[in-house]
Design a protein around this ligand. Structure first.
Ligand SMILES: O=C[C@H](O)COP(=O)(O)O
Length: 310
């Protein structure tokens, strides 16, 4: 497709508008669906396998990342039937620690490169940030878009930045790091913008579109996730390419996680019910998933101090 600003604007503003009342009604309807017993046990394990176990604090230390990696690999040391999570997600300087701790495992290392969370740095600095994380072994890059440029209508700038970051995700000697593009939907101007930003990111090469940094509220609301799931469904129908979705920020309970799985199934469809296509970015969801899993297995909740802090 043409990538001049006028062409991008014409394309993005030509997308059908989001029916806001319809989205809210659909979300409310899907929230009433309950997932029972066997299906629930399966859904909890699937949700665990979809977690990007995240720590993104200024106070993060190598020790904290090592503990998180241990938890990612073996979420419940007393129950080896619990699957590992999808990835740990850390700041770029802690990528080497996570890579070392997770070497040889199925758990990926995601890093929020590109001057997370605001992205307010020159492109060259954002690319350096990304190159370093990729060189240190990150398997996934979670980049933020320049929301200022997007809101000012400079779609070409956003498009070209995503293309440039995707280029530096490549590795001459192996698999490229997967690129998740964070839209920071809480800073966009409504659902039409969420749809436009989703399409812009996908056309520019995003492997995943991600709702939020977790630093801005509102973050991963069910309505925003629904609009993004519609976008990936429609993008695949139009182009044949499947793109993943990652809600992140504020997802803390098993109920929230299972609600997301229902949204995926009923909106994008079962093809997305897989950690390759759907992730949940969360710093404190895993313990609740483990508690609910233990309750299903043993009939009782473990004590509040049973699990280590996420
Ligand atoms: O990408 C993940 C988010 O930063 C996690 O947000 P959370 O701390 O609200 O779970």
């Amino acid at each position: 497709m043409a990538t001049g600003n006028a062409a991008l604007r014409a394309f993005l503003h030509g997308l059908p508008g989001v029916d806001e009342a319809g989205v809210h009604a659909r979300v409310a309807d899907l929230a009433t669906r309950s997932v029972k017993t066997t299906a629930k046990a399966h859904a909890i394990d699937l949700a665990i396998r979809m977690v990007d176990l995240t720590t993104l604090e200024g106070a993060d230390t190598p020790g904290k990342v090592r503990a998180l990696a241990a938890k990612a690999l073996l979420p419940d040391p007393a129950d080896r039937g619990v699957p590992p999570v999808a990835a740990v997600c850390v700041y770029p300087d802690l990528v080497p620690v996570a890579v070392h701790a997770l070497r040889g495992s199925s758990v990926g290392v995601a890093s929020v490169a590109t001057s997370f969370p605001a992205g307010r740095a020159p492109l060259e600095a954002r690319l350096l940030d990304t190159r370093a994380a990729v060189a240190d072994g990150a398997t996934e890059i979670d980049m933020v878009i320049d929301r200022g440029a997007f809101l000012a209508g400079d779609y070409r700038k956003v498009y070209e930045e995503i293309v440039a970051v995707k280029e530096v995700c490549a590795r001459p000697d192996g698999e490229p790091a997967h690129l998740k593009v964070i839209l920071e939907t809480g800073e966009l101007a409504g659902y039409d913008d969420v749809r436009r930003a989703s399409w812009l990111a996908m056309h520019a090469g995003a492997d995943f579109i991600k709702t939020s940094t977790g630093k801005v509220a509102p973050a991963a609301t069910p309505a925003v996730t629904l609009v993004m799931l519609q976008a990936v469904r429609d993008f695949r129908a139009a182009t044949g390419r499947q793109v993943g979705v990652k809600p992140a920020g504020g997802i803390r309970t098993t109920k929230d996680a299972l609600r997301n799985l229902v949204l995926v199934n009923e909106t994008a469809g079962p093809d997305w019910l897989d950690p390759r296509w759907f992730r949940i970015g969360a710093s404190s969801l895993l313990n609740d998933l483990l508690m609910q899993r233990a309750k299903l297995t043993t009939g009782t909740y473990p004590g509040p101090d049973y699990y280590s802090a996420d």
